[in-house]
Design a protein around this ligand. Structure first.
Ligand SMILES: Cc1cc2nc3c(=O)[nH]c(=O)nc-3n(C[C@H](O)[C@H](O)[C@H](O)COP(=O)(O)OP(=O)(O)OC[C@H]3O[C@@H](n4cnc5c(N)ncnc54)[C@H](O)[C@@H]3O)c2cc1C
Length: 341
């Protein structure tokens, strides 16, 4: 199936349509209020002082547990084993980003090497997700590529896989280009993939570009603050683009990850699988640790492959704030649970 540019242009033209309010948080907050809160949380996600204060505080660590599997690798491995027993695969994410010192980039890589050893030793059904700014991208591209190459070599040796997470749009082209170079190295085909974000206008072209090379894609909506020149401002258009990209990827012949908790989109995929007799082993649903656990389990029972993105580590703050930005109602939920203790 083609991801038609015409359809995407149509979606873009409709960008001014008013988004209808959904259930849950949208019935409480107007779309406008929601968007202000989202922007506020995304701005706070890169506030260094607030980050330092939150990461050091006991209360901060306490609330972070809602989305983070622990502070140490051993806790993440234990959570991974539990999910594996429930029939779910995992991608392990050692939290960290925007690293500005080589020593810190190397330290991040060391954790990934430990994780890959654990995957091999304990026969975990898991791979790893890495951010390029965590391994030195903001210092020097060549350094990040050297470190990524070493992680990839290790992953290949233990029959695993490296997913390069996608960050803000300033990194999109560099991330795609590095993934392509790593994938083209001898013996690395199918061992490294990246992520595309449905909110970016460029994503249909990027999807075709990666599919042509056989590079695995995780499709998500996108979690960063982007300007309207680069990304659909309206959620409705992001969702429409997501579905168009999802059906293109699902029939592309290259294994893909459908990363969303959006039940309407999950249902569209279920229907698409049925009506197109799509083999269930050609894709997997991917969801974040701690979000829609009910849906994760239902999909496993229905025979779908499900992979949980499992983040851990002391540098949980930016990741956590992006989760609040996606659903500001989480703040009320967290506050209620915190006060109950
Ligand atoms: C496995 C995985 C990997 C990802 N990797 C990346 C990446 O590399 N780069 C990137 O930019 N983004 C990444 N994301 C985040 C993604 O871009 C979205 O920001 C996030 O998934 C929310 O979008 P949604 O598709 O779930 O749909 P939404 O429309 O935002 O949400 C649909 C429903 O899902 C539930 N939900 C969604 N988010 C939350 C939340 N935080 N807390 C509680 N419930 C929630 C709610 O019920 C909501 O109504 C990833 C997401 C997943 C699942």
């Amino acid at each position: 199936m083609k991801c038609s540019s015409r359809r995407l242009r149509h979606v873009r033209r409709g960008a001014t349509r008013t988004t209808s309010l959904n259930k849950g948080v949208r019935s409480v907050f107007s779309e406008r209020y929601f968007s202000v809160l989202r922007s506020a949380f995304l701005a706070l996600s890169s506030n260094a002082s607030f980050r330092h204060f939150s990461e050091q505080s006991a209360a901060g660590r306490q609330v972070s547990q809602r989305f983070v599997a622990g502070m140490q690798p051993v806790e993440a491995i234990s959570a991974c084993q539990t999910l594996n027993r429930e029939g779910m695969a995992v991608t392990l994410d050692s939290l960290g980003e925007s690293v500005l010192e080589e020593r810190a980039a190397r330290a991040s890589a060391d954790v990934y090497h430990q994780l890959l050893d654990a995957i091999a030793d304990r026969r975990l059904d898991a791979n790893v997700s890495v951010k390029l700014t965590q391994i030195g991208m903001d210092i020097e591209t060549a350094m990040a590529e050297r470190i990524a190459g070493e992680i990839l070599q290790h992953a290949t040796a233990v029959d695993s896989f490296v997913r390069i997470d996608m960050e803000g749009s300033a990194y999109t082209e560099a991330t795609l280009a590095m993934t392509e170079r790593l994938h083209a190295r001898p013996g690395m085909k199918g061992r490294v993939g990246t992520v595309l974000q449905a909110y970016l206008y460029r994503t249909a072209d990027d999807a075709r570009r990666l599919v042509e090379k056989g590079i695995r894609i995780r499709l998500c909506k996108g979690a960063y603050k982007e300007p309207p020149e680069r990304a659909f401002p309206e959620k409705r258009d992001v969702d429409e683009n997501y579905v168009a990209l999802m059906t293109y990827l699902a029939t592309s012949g290259v294994f893909c990850g459908i990363a969303t908790h959006d039940e309407r989109i999950v249902n569209t995929m279920r229907t698409f699988v049925r009506t197109h007799s799509l083999p269930k082993h050609m894709f997997e649903f991917q969801m974040l640790y701690g979000i829609r656990r009910d849906l994760q389990r239902t999909l496993v029972r229905e025979g779908y492959k499900v992979r949980v993105y499992l983040p851990f580590g002391t540098e949980w703050y930016p990741y956590f704030m992006r989760r609040l930005a996606e659903r500001p109602a989480n703040v009320l939920f967290l506050a209620k649970n915190f006060l109950k203790r």
